[in-house]
Design a protein around this ligand. Structure first.
Ligand SMILES: C[S@@+](CC[C@H](N)C(=O)[O-])C[C@H]1O[C@@H](n2cnc3c(N)ncnc32)[C@H](O)[C@@H]1O
Length: 254
């Protein structure tokens, strides 16, 4: 189930990407710590991580497979635990190859589900929706979450999105999610949410360091930081739902 490359729960993608990309980049950790600058393909100011990743089809597919392996268990647990009975629409923003939208659509067939991401991802996402057995149940939507409004929905999710960006960009994305979530709905971030003392979630802290290597301003964050940003955007209350291993769902209710 986890080691067969053709299984949707294949876990090896992150190791393959670590081998091909992250291992050499972590060799420059010292330079990253001293300068605060990314140490990957965008080192030296060569544009945005996703433009760099997506300029090569093989690298794009490898990245999406890595993300899927990391998040599949979390997505399955989230779809199992959430009570979505009173909602009608669900959109996963930055949904990559539409794994989360497919898992949710299959587990909660009453929902109209979509996955929103950059146009470069569309072809892989459509193919993956079919492979997951969710064909006809998930719409793959194209857009840029900084430039375009997000699709209106009762439930908006972002898996490993906020940690890619600096604090101002995180806040802008949460505000956009607030504007797109219908009253009574919720916004959910699925990431390695760090304990408030920044002492226990080793994987979350290491992921934050990985964001230093990969992005100009990204970092992982604590539950209280999430609550502060969500309340500033207008959300009424928040809750943390632990998922598998180091990952949690940080939920903000509108
Ligand atoms: C770290 S991946 C996370 C993928 C997936 N949500 C998960 O949990 O595994 C970040 C995603 O954000 C998408 N993304 C990056 N910049 C974007 C933008 N400006 N607009 C829409 N999507 C974007 C990428 O294409 C990628 O799929």
């Amino acid at each position: 189930m986890f080691l067969d490359k053709n299984s949707p729960a294949y876990l090896g993608g992150l190791l393959e990407m670590a081998n091909a990309r992250l291992y050499p980049f972590w060799g420059n950790l010292t330079a990253g710590l001293k300068t605060g600058e990314p140490q990957n393909e965008v080192k030296g100011g060569k544009g945005n991580l996703f433009e760099a990743l997506y300029s090569d089809e093989q690298r794009l597919e490898q990245f999406l497979r890595a993300m899927q392996g990391v998040q599949m268990g979390n997505f399955m647990m989230l779809a199992e635990r959430l009570d979505l009975s009173k909602y009608k629409t669900f959109c996963d923003v930055g949904g990559a190859n539409a794994t989360l939208a497919s898992v949710v659509a299959k587990r909660h067939p009453h929902l109209t589900c979509s996955s929103f991401d950059l146009p470069q991802v569309e072809k892989v996402a459509k193919r993956h929706v079919e492979a997951m057995g969710a064909g006809g149940k998930v719409s793959v939507l194209n857009g840029d979450f900084f430039k375009d409004p997000l699709p209106q929905a009762d439930v908006i999710t972002m898996g490993n999105i906020l940690h890619d960006w600096d604090e101002a960009q995180k806040k802008a994305l949460i505000k956009k999610a607030y504007d797109a979530v219908r009253p009574g709905g919720m916004f959910i971030a699925i990431e390695g949410i760090i304990d408030d003392a920044r002492r226990k979630n080793t994987m979350g802290l290491l992921m934050s360091l990985n964001m230093l290597i990969e992005t100009p301003g990204g970092f992982d964050y604590t539950a209280s930081q999430f609550t502060g940003w969500a309340k500033e955007a207008g959300f009424a209350t928040t809750e943390i739902m632990p998922l598998t291993g180091p990952t949690s769902a940080a939920i903000a209710y509108r």
